[in-house]
Design a binder for this molecule. Structure first.
Ligand SMILES: [Zn+2]
Ligand SMILES: [Zn+2]
Ligand SMILES: [Zn+2]
Length: 511
C-alpha cells in the first residue's frame, strides 16, 4: 500500500497516521498484535496454510462495499440558539412589560382624571398585553427542544404566532381605514354639525370600530396629550428594538410584533393629527392621515402574513441566503462538489440538507469525517442554521471529460449499478469458482473492496502470497489470477490485485 501514499489526500493521510499510531500503542501492550499469524504459522509449518478450500479465502466476509453512499446522521446544535433565544425572549418580555406599564399607567391616569378617552386607551393597551403575551408564548413554545411528538422541533409555533399577529395587523389596518373613510364621507357630505359630532364620537369611542384608533380627550388636553406622547414614543422605540432583533434572527414573529408596536404608535399619531387638524380647522387631515397609516399597517401585515404562509408550506429559501452557505461547504477540505442544497425555515431556525461529493476512493469513515467538518463549518459560519443533514456522494467529475459524457454515462449507470452490485455470497461463489481451484497453492484472498464507479465496478482484491515466493513470480501469479477472475465477472468489472505483506493490524484484532 505504501506506493500509493504519494497521491492520498491529506485527510486520508492523517486518518492513516492515526490508525498507525493507534496500532503502535496497542503493540506496546500486547506484543502479539503485530505478528501476523498467517506468516508466523507458515514459518513453522509451510504446508499447513496454503492448501484446501477453507483456507483459501482467509477472511471470507471481510470485503466491504466501500465508498458508495453514506448517510451522515444529524447532530444537534444548541449552544448558539440558547444564547440568542434568551436575547429574543427578553425582547418579547420587554414588549409585554411596556404594554402592562402603559395599560396600568393609562388606567390610573384615566381613573384620576375621569377621562373616558384615556380609559378607552387603557383598554386598548390591555388588548396589547394579550397580544404581546401570545407572541411571547409562541416564541417560547418554538424554543422547546425537539421531542418524540415533534421530532423536527417546535419552530413552526413561532410561524403560527406570526401569522396570528399578521391577521391582527390586517384587521387593525381595516379598522383604521373604515374609520378614515367614515370621516371622509362625513366631510364630503359637508354637513358641519354631523362632522363635528362624528369627530367627537369617533375619538371618544375609537375602540368600538376603529380597532387601534386612540381617542384624545379634549377636556383634559395637557394630560391626554402627554399620555399619548409617552405611549407613541414607547411604542415606536419598541418597534425599532424588535424590528432590529427580528431582522438579525430572520424571525417573522418578531417582525410582525414590531409592526404591531408601530401600528399602535402611528394610530395614536393619527389621533393627534386629527386633534391638531380640528383645532386648526383643517378637518381633512384626520381621515387622510388615517388612510396613509392604514396603508402602512396593511402592507406590513400582508408582508409578514405572506412570509408566515411561505414558511408554513416549506417554501424554498431564496438563493441569496443559500449561496453563502454553499460557498462555505465548497471551502471545506475534501469536498469536491455539492448539490441539492435546500432549506426550510421554522421560526428563527433554518433546517438544511445537502449532498456533498467526495473522492470515491475515500473510506466510509474518512468521508463521514469530511461530512462532519462540513457540518461544523456551517454551524460556525451560519449560526442561524439549526440542523444540517449531509448525504455523501462519490465525486464523479474525475471520470468525465465533458458534462455530456457525464449525462450519458450516469443515465446508463443508474440501474446498471443495481444489477452489477455483488453481495457477500456472490463474491464468495465467484472466488471459489475461478480462483480457489487454480491458485490456492500460491495465494489467499484477504479482502475485496468494491468501488461502484460510473459505468463500471472496480474490485480491489487484496491477497497474500506464499512467503518464499519471489516478487517477480508473485506479480506473474497476480496477473494470471486477475485475468482468470475477470473472465468470470460481468463485462463492466475491472479487477486490481494488491499484495498484502502482512495482516491488517486492526481487522486482525477484531477477528
Ligand atoms: Zn455523524
Ligand atoms: Zn395594539
Ligand atoms: Zn447526490
Amino acid at each position: 500500500m505504501g506506493f500509493r501514499f504519494h497521491n492520498l489526500n491529506p485527510i486520508y493521510k492523517s486518518f492513516v497516521s492515526r490508525i498507525h499510531s493507534h496500532s503502535l500503542r496497542n503493540a506496546g501492550g500486547k506484543k502479539n498484535v503485530l505478528i501476523p499469524p498467517l506468516v508466523s504459522v507458515h514459518l513453522r509449518d509451510p504446508s499447513s496454510l496454503f492448501h484446501g478450500k477453507p483456507d483459501f479465502y482467509a477472511v471470507p466476509r471481510r470485503w466491504h462495499l466501500g465508498h458508495s453512499h453514506s448517510h451522515s446522521h444529524s447532530h444537534d446544535h444548541h449552544e448558539h440558539l440558547q444564547l440568542s433565544g434568551k436575547e429574543g425572549e427578553n425582547i418579547f418580555r420587554l414588549g409585554l412589560a411596556a404594554d402592562i406599564g402603559l395599560s396600568a399607567g393609562k388606567a390610573f391616569v384615566g381613573y384620576l382624571s375621569g377621562s373616558t378617552a384615556i380609559i378607552a386607551d387603557a383598554a386598548h393597551s390591555v388588548s396589547d398585553v394579550v397580544l404581546s403575551g401570545i407572541a411571547l408564548w409562541s416564541f417560547k413554545a418554538a424554543k422547546v427542544p425537539k421531542d418524540k411528538e415533534h421530532p423536527y422541533g417546535h419552530g413552526k409555533f413561532e410561524t403560527l404566532g406570526a401569522l396570528g399577529i399578521s391577521c391582527m395587523l390586517l384587521a387593525t389596518a381595516g379598522g383604521i381605514a373604515w374609520h378614515a373613510l367614515d370621516l371622509l364621507m362625513g366631510l364630503l357630505s359637508s354637513s358641519h354639525e354631523v362632522v363635528n359630532h362624528s369627530l367627537m364620537h369617533d375619538h371618544m369611542h375609537g375602540h368600538s370600530h376603529g380597532g387601534h384608533h386612540h381617542g384624545v380627550d379634549m377636556s383634559h388636553p395637557i394630560l391626554a396629550l402627554s399620555v399619548t406622547i409617552i405611549s407613541i414614543s414607547t411604542k415606536e422605540g419598541l418597534y425599532w428594538i424588535t424590528k432590529r432583533a427580528g431582522e438579525r434572527r430572520g424571525s417573522a414573529l418578531m417582525k410582525a410584533n414590531a409592526w404591531h408596536h408601530r401600528a399602535d404608535a402611528v394610530s395614536s399619531l393619527v389621533a393627534l393629527i386629527g386633534v391638531g387638524g380640528s383645532i386648526l380647522g383643517v378637518k381633512i387631515l384626520d381621515p387622510l392621515a388615517g388612510l396613509v397609516v392604514s396603508g402602512m399597517i396593511f402592507k406590513a401585515g400582508l408582508e409578514s402574513g405572506y412570509q408566515s404562509v411561505l414558511e408554513l408550506v416549506d417554501a424554498a429559501i431564496p438563493a441569496e441566503h443559500l449561496d453563502p452557505i454553499k460557498a462555505t461547504i465548497l471551502k471545506v477540505e475534501g469536498v469536491k462538489g455539492c448539490h441539492r442544497l435546500r432549506g426550510r425555515r421554522a421560526g428563527s431556525s433554518l433546517y438544511l440538507d445537502v449532498h456533498i461529493e467526495v473522492d470515491p476512493f475515500l473510506s466510509v469513515s474518512a468521508a463521514h469525517g469530511v461530512g462532519e467538518n462540513v457540518r461544523h463549518q456551517i454551524h460556525k459560519c451560519h449560526p442561524e442554521v439549526t440542523e444540517v443533514f449531509i448525504h455523501i456522494d462519490p465525486s464523479t467529475s474525475q471520470f468525465f471529460s465533458s458534462t455530456e459524457d457525464k449525462q450519458v454515462i450516469l443515465e446508463g449507470s443508474a440501474d446498471h449499478n443495481k444489477n452489477t452490485y455483488l453481495n457477500d455470497k456472490e463474491i464468495e461463489a465467484l472466488i471459489q469458482s475461478s480462483l480457489a481451484s487454480k491458485f490456492s497453492q500460491e495465494m489467499a484472498v484477504q479482502r475485496i473492496t468494491q468501488h461502484l464507479l460510473p459505468g463500471k465496478v472496480l474490485l480491489d482484491v487484496e491477497v497474500s502470497m506464499r512467503p518464499d515466493m519471489l516478487i517477480r513470480d508473485a506479480m506473474e501469479v497476480a496477473k494470471q489470477a486477475e485475468q482468470e477472475f475477470l473472465r468470470t465477472l460481468p463485462s463492466n468489472f475491472q479487477v486490481s490485485f494488491q499484495l498484502r505483506l502482512r495482516q491488517h493490524p486492526i481487522l486482525q484484532t477484531q477477528e
